[in-house]
Design a protein around this ligand. Structure first.
Ligand SMILES: NC(=O)c1ccc[n+]([C@@H]2O[C@H](COP(=O)([O-])OP(=O)(O)OC[C@H]3O[C@@H](n4cnc5c(N)ncnc54)[C@H](OP(=O)(O)O)[C@@H]3O)[C@@H](O)[C@H]2O)c1
Length: 184
């Protein structure tokens, strides 16, 4: 089975890329440092002949664009798409306005994936919403939080390897999940 994953050089994507390789999958990664930027639509065709697409890298418009492009090719075909959303998109109280782009982008991604799940009986599109995961992105995101809040959250922060196990479970289970959410 051939898998394409974006953002395979750090955090959740790296852990998933490594676990997939360990399990014998033919896995291709795409990150900016390896020449694949999800904001560049000309690169998307590299994904089309794969069986599974893990839409992991966040970009305010790119994550939805890449899903649209891949789904246009994969309609009614026996393929699997895992979109990495976020538990945090539904929790806005006390969050700065500057974070709104992120929530809106993840909501749009989820809405698109749910449409596929409800209307396409062959192609599986699912959302995995991680909670708070120990990656460079998460560490940077809480830099300006009060010290007590950081300490409290760090007690229950997830290991990216746990996210990788969940993503691979979603691929291997033959049933369709609308979404799986880990609570932060
Ligand atoms: N960490 C958390 O707590 C958390 C919680 C909920 C959801 N998430 C979601 O999980 C996903 C992965 O996050 P992470 O925490 O694992 O992040 P991370 O450790 O910062 O890794 C991000 C990965 O994406 C790649 N990337 C960034 N911009 C890209 C672009 N424009 N095109 C292609 N690749 C790009 C990076 O490589 P390059 O820099 O080389 O491009 C890197 O491999 C994101 O969708 C994020 O929203 C994370």
């Amino acid at each position: 089975m051939k898998v394409f994953i974006t953002g395979h050089t750090s955090g959740i994507g790296l852990a998933t890329f490594e676990l997939l390789k360990e399990q014998g999958y033919n896995v291709i990664g795409g990150s900016r440092r390896t020449g694949f930027d999800i904001s560049d639509e000309r690169l998307y065709s590299q994904i089309f002949d794969c069986d599974v697409f893990i839409n992991n890298s966040y970009h305010k418009t790119g994550q939805l664009n890449i899903l649209e492009a891949v789904y246009n090719e994969w309609q009614n075909k026996s393929k699997t798409i895992i979109n990495i959303g976020s538990w945090g998109k539904d929790n806005q109280q006390g969050r700065p306005l500057t974070r709104l782009n992120y929530n809106v982008a993840k909501k749009a991604l989820e809405t698109y994936s749910f449409w596929i799940a409800e209307n396409d009986l062959v192609c599986r599109s699912m959302v995995y919403n991680p909670g708070f995961v120990d990656t460079p992105l998460a560490r940077k995101g809480c830099e300006d939080w009060p010290k007590e809040k950081i300490e409290e959250v760090l007690k229950r922060i997830m290991d990216p390897k746990e996210c990788a196990k969940t993503i691979i479970f979603m691929i291997q289970n033959k049933y369709k999940f609308r979404e799986i959410t880990h609570h932060a």
